[in-house]
Design a protein. Structure first.
Length: 390
């Protein structure tokens, strides 16, 4: 059989390195900082001509190579690089491609750390960012300047689970010769492949659903080979590389990604349907609920709705904090994508430093609660949410 014709799950399980002389069934760990050379010429050629071989684990390692290869196959990408965390991937990707004087057009709803990078650090280097309202996609082109180089977006967004039309972004980016970068963390390659819709690069915080069990940190960027070469050279020099051990864990995690996501999404839809009927909930946002404002777009570009449910509890910030205090089984944690259901209240925690106006601009109301639905028996998750709402 042609390996390129394998299905998603088969690629996740059967994409692996060549076996060593021991013919191991499971890929071994390569816990080494460097690699040896056969002779002086081998060493010279490896450095001078960038031979396709491992030199130093900051550049590449068999375990990170396997992880990158799997994600590239899943996303339909030509090349990739694995990072120590999701934010290392975001920063390194943008820093490798941007110069002083360049401009980013970004969706207004992005991860808090990404937003801080855009407004607190990039301006020091002469890089500007303009935010577009995801509810007004017809205004995106009005933000593009002669200095614009990148369009950046997440879909679904964090934490309000809004959906952005990736095909529209791809069309705009191509029209204006811009680089389209999509943070695909909430969807994973199993539910959505942004490259199909025109993205040049795709970023993941592998810490989340790719790991799926709250064990390790990791990040990855995959996409266009020419752009990835620039990112590789920058990252090889600056050193944000993923550790071989974490790469090994994440590569093994990919083998169960599809079956985990199927259950995550099944549970999340049931939780969303329960919350939608609850008298103490103003509204619920879940991509595969028909009431979601971008439901048709989600249906077009996603296989399933993901594991994140956002809902607005009546009573604002105090009601949100009281809800967290009453939670018994679910976890209170800043992470997501775990086997364990996690509940957060952004207005009093992760986004508490923003003004009310700034939060509302990215769909974070005072009563917004984000639930990362896990793999527990779903009636137990619903029971815990129900008693906390009571």
């Amino acid at each position: 059989m042609n390996e390129e014709e394998f299905g998603f799950e088969t690629q996740a399980i059967r994409t692996q390195l060549e076996r060593t002389q021991y013919l191991e069934h499971s890929v071994p760990l390569y816990l080494t900082s460097s690699f040896v050379f056969e002779d002086a010429e081998d060493m010279r050629a490896s450095f001078a001509d960038e031979k396709d071989r491992n030199i130093y684990s900051r550049y590449s390692n068999p375990n990170t190579n396997e992880f990158v290869d799997k994600v590239c196959k899943m996303e339909g990408a030509a090349a990739g690089f694995a990072f120590a965390s999701g934010m290392a991937a975001v920063f390194s990707t943008l820093a490798a491609l941007l110069n002083s004087g360049d401009h980013i057009v970004s969706a207004g709803s992005v991860f808090g750390a990404t937003h801080s990078l855009f407004i607190n650090y990039f301006p020091k280097w002469g890089i500007e960012t303009s935010y577009f309202d995801i509810d007004k996609p017809d205004t995106i082109e009005s933000f593009i300047k002669p200095t614009t180089k990148i369009i950046f977006a997440e879909s679904p967004t964090n934490p309000a689970v809004d959906i952005i039309d990736l095909e529209l972004l791809g069309t705009i980016a191509k029209k204006h010769n811009l680089i389209l970068i999509i943070d695909n963390c909430f969807a994973t390659p199993y539910l959505q492949q942004p490259i199909k819709w025109g993205a040049d690069l795709v970023i993941h915080s592998a810490t989340k659903l790719i790991d799926g069990q709250g064990r390790v940190l990791g990040g990855i960027t995959v996409g266009n080979a020419e752009l990835m070469q620039k990112i590789y050279l920058f990252s090889r020099l600056t050193g944000p590389a993923l550790s071989p051990f974490n790469a090994w864990v994440l590569s093994k995690s990919l083998e169960t990604l599809a079956i985990r996501l199927d259950r995550h999404c099944e549970n999340a839809l049931k939780v969303a349907e329960f919350l939608e009927q609850h008298p103490k909930v103003n509204k619920v946002k879940y991509p595969f609920l028909k009431s979601h404002p971008q439901y048709e777009i989600a249906q077009k570009q996603m296989k399933l709705g993901g594991n994140i449910v956002a809902f607005e509890i009546k009573g604002g910030i105090e009601a949100g904090r009281a809800f967290l205090d009453k939670i018994k089984m679910c976890s209170l944690s800043p992470n997501l994508g775990d086997t364990r259901t996690i509940v957060t209240h952004p207005a009093s925690t992760t986004h508490s430093k923003l003004s009310v106006e700034e939060r509302l601009a990215v769909s974070i109301t005072d009563g917004l609660v984000r639930v990362s639905v896990g793999l527990e028996t779903v009636k137990d998750v619903i029971a815990d949410l129900e008693q906390a709402l009571a």
